[in-house]
Ligand binder design. Sequence first.
Ligand code: IPM
Ligand code: MG
Length: 362
Amino acid sequence: MKIAVLPGDGIGTEIVAEAVKVLKVLNLPLEMETALVGGAAFDAHGHPLPESTLKLAMASDAVLFGAVGDWKYDTLERPLRPEQAILGLRKNMGLFANFRPAICYEQLTHASSLKPELVAGLDILIIRELTGDIYFGQPRGRRVATDGHFPGAEEAFDTMRYTRPEIERIAHVAFQAAQKRNKRVTSVDKANVLETFQLWKDVVTEVGKQYPDVALDHMYVDNAAMQLVKEPKKFDVVVTGNMFGDILSDEASMLTGSIGMLPSASLNVKNQGLYEPSHGSAPDIAGKNLANPLATILSAAMMLRFSLNQDQAADHIESAVKAVLASGLRTADIYSEGTTKVGTREMGDAVVTALTKQITKG
Ligand code: IPM
Ligand code: MG
């Protein structure tokens, strides 16, 4: 099983190192190869996604990804910015299905900015379409406006678009995920205004007929944003497009109070996947042994489950993380009075110890 390890920028290198440490405890034939990506790759090779990194990723069963980005690259022209690396990987690998769970861990209920009773036991899965929509729609660019309120003025434009098969395949992913959970899908759209999302709604409704055991409802994105903070536990699986999914998944992650805990998976039709924490590169705390490595460690667990068919190893990692939380260890982002504050490496070590115990127990 070949894994491309792409730590990236900022805290990426620290958190990925902990996940690799954890993976090495498992007695599995994992072949891990590391490469540069994002700003680090730009500094070394003049491009955020060098050909060699892309080739390695495409030839692997899975990619373990840290994070990319730093303010110091904000002045680069768009194609050279670190974010282009993740967009390039998604596009080239065809990673259309993005899973972003928002789970509120029992011990962390009080870390949420919402009232504990609203989030206790929260377990939502956001499924975001990742290779279409306004992110990739053509044409896009700058031009001189020929109509509108200011003809002759400089304007910028992007294209929001979805084809029927793109919607069908992500809808199937969502319904099948719901079948393994609480059998509810909420499809989020803006069909009241946008043609793209009228087609979205129509196609999701059609696909839903093949899953009579799953309850489907539709929600406009503005209402969904509101319901997510009003009554988040009403949701089970949320399926939506690339842009709305970007926004709602950040919102949902904060319900749990700890974006440092949330993993994510992005899969293609071959179940090849890219696994990364839901948070960013946090350059302000990079190199200080402060970052929470648990989201990346849990992403490695998702990788074992989704792309490498190692369910048992994934279970072991998840149990080890829960055991470490139960023992009271916390990185700064999830620290509260009465718990023990530890750094990135110490947290990784604790998971390694707990995992070793899990494995010897069987
Ligand atoms: C995410 C990020 C990316 C996105 C950026 C870094 C391009 O916000 O993965 O949610 O917008 O998809
Ligand atoms: Mg985002």
